[in-house]
Design a protein around this ligand. Structure first.
Ligand code: GLA
Ligand code: GLA
Length: 713
């Protein structure tokens, strides 16, 4: 169990004062769960502001994220500044007891800047310019943009340093949402600098990039370019390094803004909103987390059969990135978004359930995009806390009700994600590399594979943490590392030590295949993990669309798709758990497990050579968990229907029970004080201290406080 290491959270607001008067800011401490939204008063006439704060108070809003897209309003031309309106909004919020996570306002440059300096506009790999008219039209590496942005940051920091409403800084917004890959000349120059830093010599770069291939050898740094549109497959290591560089370039921007904020307002914590969700993969957030005082995330539900699993997975991974400490859910939606092909409204119960699922995985703040649904602009069909229909709406009533629930959950604030016994490892290098072009199949989806394993955990009612690769794995009994494609020697050694320490590792096809430079490990697959797994594969055998191979495992017939391999069992301690029954591999091992004894510890290393998908993985995972002695903490009757997530403050554990169905569900046998939800009276037939069942409403969530159990991990 992680120790609650010092962690900066929202600065406690200073005492309330009449407008204009500045109170001394207080100390940092959690004050219950926070609740609120992005607030864009500059989209509305002044008279709406009073209405806004009245409704915010009714809803129990405690924090808003302000001025995110206000650059053009704050700085209408290069040498004019208009803070009067923002001063007024800050004061108004403070007078009403609402704190402010103030944006640096640099997210989208104003038209005067891009007109005067078109050289800040990003360019695509095909050389097209991303023109103004939408948002985030700036090159992460543009020195001109950086200079103007930092000037604004400094002004904001100086102006509001002592404002009593200010509790945190919100750097830019969703860095890299639209501009992560820029192929401009600025990017080329910065990429070269980044490469010189990584490789020092051109020879080292040539080796890493394998430029002996296709006559790519570089004779001078000036010859090196971003992977712009090319005649055929661009060099894969060049592509991988460009992804690493692009993530680092945005991180560099984050650091530059944060440095100014920390200089001017050392007391005010700094955050920025990540996008740990879906296929947003350009930013290696695990690497960014240490640049923030606390992690924030934005998440939107992606409709489909795994919508809820994906939400939980993303929240769980955000907690992993935050090292199990509390994080800030900066944005999600009260109902529909506007950017999917079809934007479905949330069904009754979903607004609260989705929010509380984030809290279950460590969110100490629940905020939405946005406070008031816009009347104009590209996001006018995106839901808000106050919809077009106004306060007399089911949506606003649900918003008010959620505010009350969050107040009831105040004791949860500050508690940590309680480590599970199992973890899924999530690796940005493997995500980026496994999906590059010119591979055995272009159908592989890294995050989908990880999500499918997570779905199997949910189906079995077994908690699993989702953690970045750098996380210390020693406390876990079972670690699943799906498609862990990039395995440098150091990672191989860590995984080997985990298994030799008695841990149970599970990995899959296309794992261990390449090193940090995307060079194949030689001698047979799965490369770096071959010895640990005790198997050897001479050639991949991916499947065409519509093809499948039957695998028999634990008496079940499962269908493998996407990938198969002729697996040779090499080590005598390898047991075959699943056999191919059909197709080219019929009669061969499909799922294997090597038992590893070291001293008095017995660990194992299992390998799954095909894709079973979220349903097919359930029996596979059940077998592996069973043998490792990892069991569900939920009553058998509700496994799969109810998700359990646990937070802990060391004294108390907080059990979050999330009803994944649209029916009421009763959960028997869970003791503890009910902080949210309801408990039925115990039937007369049961023992005197048997607790009544928890009754979860359709899509409902119960939260129960119990004496902390010793962490099992
Ligand atoms: C052609 C080219 C080779 C190689 C192969 C790949 O034969 O001449 O260089 O790219 O295609 O199939
Ligand atoms: C993100 C952005 C917001 C808004 C929403 C729409 O959260 O930060 O500005 O565009 O997406 O879903």
């Amino acid at each position: 169990m992680p120790s609650p290491t010092p962690h900066r959270w929202l600065r406690r607001p200073g005492p309330r004062t009449p407008s204009g008067e500045q109170a001394a800011p207080g100390t940092h401490a959690p004050t219950g769960l926070s609740y609120g939204a992005d607030y864009n008063p500059d989209q509305w006439p002044h008279e709406v502001w009073d209405e806004d704060v009245r409704l915010m108070r009714e809803a129990g809003v405690t924090v808003v994220s302000l001025a995110i897209f206000s650059w053009a309003r704050i700085q209408p031309s290069e040498d004019t500044w208009d803070f009067a309106w923002l001063d007024e909004v800050m004061d108004l919020l403070h007078e009403n007891g609402i704190t402010v996570d103030l944006a640096t306002a640099t997210a989208s440059p104003p038209p005067w800047l891009t007109t005067k300096h078109p050289e800040v506009l990003p360019q695509t790999r095909t050389g097209e310019t991303l023109w103004p008219g939408a948002r985030q039209q700036w090159r992460p590496t543009s020195p001109v943009f950086r200079e103007h942005a930092l000037r604004l940051v400094e002004r904001m920091a100086e102006r509001y340093a002592d404002h009593p409403a200010l509790v945190a800084w919100h750097v830019s917004n969703e860095l890299g949402c639209h501009n992560v890959y820029d192929y401009s000349d600025d990017a080329a120059a910065a990429f070269r600098a980044w490469l010189r830093d990584r490789y020092t010599t051109l020879d080292a770069l040539n080796d890493a990039w394998g430029t002996a291939f296709w006559s790519q050898r570089y004779g001078a740094w000036e010859q090196v370019l971003p992977p712009r549109l090319a005649a055929s497959h661009p060099n894969p290591t060049q592509q991988l390094d460009f992804k690493r560089f692009s993530s680092d370039a945005l991180r560099d921007h984050l650091r530059a803004e944060a440095a100014i904020l920390r200089r001017v307002t050392p007391d005010v914590p700094v955050t920025t909103n990540f996008m740990v969700m879906g296929e947003t993969k350009g930013m290696d957030y695990a690497a960014w987390a240490d640049d923030l005082d606390f992690v924030s995330n934005d998440h939107y539900v992606l409709p489909g059969p795994q919508a809820l699993d994906e939400l939980s997975f993303s929240a769980n991974l955000t907690g992993g990135i935050a090292r199990h400490r509390p994080w800030f859910l900066m944005e999600h939606s009260t109902s529909a978004v506007n950017w999917q092909p079809v934007n479905v409204a949330k069904k009754p119960g979903e607004l609260a359930r989705d929010s509380l699922t984030h809290v279950a995985h460590g969110a100490d703040a629940v905020c939405f995009f946005q406070w008031r649904q816009s009347a104009a602009g590209a996001e006018k069909y995106h839901s808000g806390m106050v919809p077009h229909a106004g306060e007399r709406s089911r949506l606003f009533r649900d918003v008010v009700a959620l505010g009350a629930t969050l107040r009831d959950l105040a004791p949860v604030a500050g508690s940590l994600q309680k480590p599970a016994r199992a973890a899924i490892v999530f690796d940005w290098d493997s995500w980026w590399t496994s999906e590059l072009d010119s591979h055995p199949t272009d159908r592989l989806r890294y995050r989908q594979e990880a999500l499918d394993w997570y779905s199997a955990f949910l189906a079995l009612g077994v908690r699993a943490d989702v953690v970045p690769t750098a996380t210390d794995l020693a406390g876990y009994d079972v670690v699943v590392a799906p498609v862990l494609h990039v395995v440098p020697a150091a990672l191989r050694d860590r995984l080997t030590a985990f298994v030799e320490g008695g841990g149970h590792l599970v990995t899959t096809y296309f794992s261990g295949v390449v090193d940090q430079d995307d060079h194949a490990w030689l001698g047979g697959y799965p490369g770096a993990l071959r010895d640990l797994l005790g198997i050897r594969v001479e050639e991949f055998a991916p499947l065409l669309d519509g093809e499948s191979a039957t695998v028999e495992l634990a008496g079940e017939q499962l269908e493998g798709t996407l990938w198969t391999e002729p697996v040779d069992v090499v080590d005598p301690d390898v047991e075959v758990l699943g056999w191919y029954k059909t197709g080219e591999q019929a009669g061969r091992a499909a799922v294997t497990r090597r038992t590893v004894r070291a001293g008095d510890r017995t660990g194992s290393a299992a390998y799954v050579s095909t894709r079973f998908g979220r349903l097919g993985l359930v029996p596979v995972l059940a077998r592996l968990l069973d043998d490792a002695g990892v069991r569900s903490e939920l009553p058998a009757a509700v496994r799969g229907e109810v998700e359990l997530a646990v937070r802990t403050d060391g004294t108390d554990d907080y059990w979050f029970l999330v009803n994944r169905t649209a029916r009421p569900v009763e959960v028997p046998g869970v003791t503890g004080d009910v902080l949210a939800g309801r408990r039925l009276a115990a039937p007369a037939t049961t023992g005197a201290d048997a607790p009544g069942a928890l009754l979860l409403d359709p899509r409902g969530v119960a939260v129960v406080r119990r004496a902390a159990e010793a962490a099992t991990a």
